[in-house]
Design a binder for this molecule. Sequence first.
Ligand SMILES: [Zn+2]
Ligand SMILES: [Zn+2]
Ligand SMILES: [Zn+2]
Length: 145
Amino acid sequence: MNLNVLLNKLKANGYKTTEQRKVILQVLVSNDQNLISVETILSKSKEMNPKTNMSTVYRNLEILEKLDLLYKVIAENGMTLYKLACSDKHHHHLICKGCGKTEVIDFCPLKSLIQLSKEKNFNLTEHKLELYGYCKDCEYNKKQP
Ligand SMILES: [Zn+2]
Ligand SMILES: [Zn+2]
Ligand SMILES: [Zn+2]
């Protein structure tokens, strides 16, 4: 999802474009494959606009969540990590519980289940599948004493 698409979606729902909103969305757009914490969103936003504050970040995350444009995961350490929801073609993710890095799985492994639901005359409309674990770096760090 690019910035303009996002801003237009927000506009269509009555949220006007402010400088701070633009900056926060820009940070999310440039990290759209990895999950990041609200602290990271804030510090990166501040680099572009020092006036950005925590409550603005939270407010914007809330709006994105309400519009189904946000994806969030609770990481290992209890921290909530965020990224933009994916809008491109159907795919799945490998998600690292340690650092929030995600890897795209570009094919759908559930084809046979979809076929099966057809045979059962069940109108399957959607499914979600995310695979959780640890990336190479986090796996390595875990093994260090
Ligand atoms: Zn994705
Ligand atoms: Zn990791
Ligand atoms: Zn699938």
